[in-house]
Design a protein around this ligand. Structure first.
Ligand code: ATP
Ligand code: MG
Length: 295
């Protein structure tokens, strides 16, 4: 998972999916390059998904615009080196708020696990009788820590966020998270996609203002479910990594999730179906065809 050298930019960090570069001679900008890497079950897989970086970059840019009247975002320009056109964005370099700001409108995953154990999500009590995939009475702010690579993010309560960043910033990111989720959920719903939950990351400018950063409302940062197949009481089909997860979990892959072994390479058929899922999510949401996006 090496980051390609880019003349005029210095590579400073690689996350699971994105490579970050500092433009030479500029301290307050960052070039964020989305790779075609895909992760599943907390592993970055050896097999890339062609076009994934471009699809998710275009989708984030589209969402930033849908949210622009609610909150500022980190985007400066899409005028980037030719080698990374379409999958890179020049952004403001921000001091990142050190929690993952998650909003959940539906019950599943780790939220469901906590609910079954304690009747609450992130310490927030919920009514009886909810099932896997149920819509919550109202969307919840359920932050987590930002874990280092290979580790699990841990669910924390609001008091923890206050401890880490102070009451004012904690309130601010909670409000922004729920506003962005509500807008995103309504837009996606109209287009046949249930935005079950999502993770935002915020950063702070030198003047103290809070800015939406990272990627927004992509299938990598969210659970997208096809609305016409939504049926609480079972695991919902998902819009993105379903084929990858199902294949990795099947006997065919020969992979044992609980072992220390890295997952095996993906077969071509799984790669192509996954790529098509990402394209479909992009096209359904934006109403554009993906090919038109490519310059
Ligand atoms: P994952 O998202 O899969 O958990 P990751 O967060 O380690 O992995 P990536 O998403 O691949 O990494 O990389 C993006 C990195 O860039 C993240 O660490 C994110 O917090 C950071 N980042 C995003 N936007 C900005 C910004 N405007 N200023 C500074 N850092 C940013
Ligand atoms: Mg990330």
């Amino acid at each position: 998972m090496s980051a390609p050298p880019l003349p005029g930019y210095r590579h400073i960090y690689s996350g699971k999916i994105r490579d970050l570069y500092r433009p030479e001679g500029s301290d307050d900008r960052l070039l964020v390059v989305a790779s075609d890497r895909i992760s599943a079950y907390d592993h970055v897989l050896d097999t890339p998904i062609p076009d994934k970086g471009r699809i998710l970059t275009a989708m984030s840019l589209w969402w930033f615009e849908q949210l622009a009247d609610l909150m500022p975002n980190h985007v400066v320009s899409t005028d980037v080196p030719a080698a990374v056109t379409g999958r890179a964005v020049l952004v403001e370099r921000l001091e990142m708020v050190p929690v993952e700001c998650i909003a959940r409108g539906y019950l599943t995953g780790s939220g469901l696990a906590e609910y079954r154990e304690r009747g609450s999500v992130c310490g927030i009590p919920l009514p009886d009788g909810l099932q896997d995939g149920s819509r919550l009475p109202e969307p919840l702010f359920t932050p987590t820590t930002k874990a280092a690579m290979g580790e699990h993010d841990e669910s924390v309560d609001f008091a923890y966020v206050v401890d880490v960043v102070g009451a004012e910033l904690a309130e601010r990111v909670r409000t922004l998270t729920l506003e962005a989720y509500a807008r995103g959920e309504a837009i996606a719903r109209e287009r046949g996609i249930i935005l079950a939950d999502t993770k935002f990351e915020f950063g702070v400018r030198p003047d103290g203002s809070v800015v939406l950063a990272d990627e927004v409302l992509t299938p990598d940062s969210s659970r997208f479910w096809p609305r016409d197949q939504w049926q609480p009481g079972r695991a919902q089909p998902s819009f993105d990594k379903q084929f990858v997860r199902d294949w990795l979990a099947s006997p065919e892959s020969g992979w044992d999730r609980s072992s220390d072994e890295p997952p095996p390479p993906l077969p071509d058929g799984i790669v192509e179906r996954t790529r098509r899922r990402y394209v479909e999510a992009y096209e359904r949401l934006t109403g554009d065809t993906f090919a038109q996006q490519v310059s």
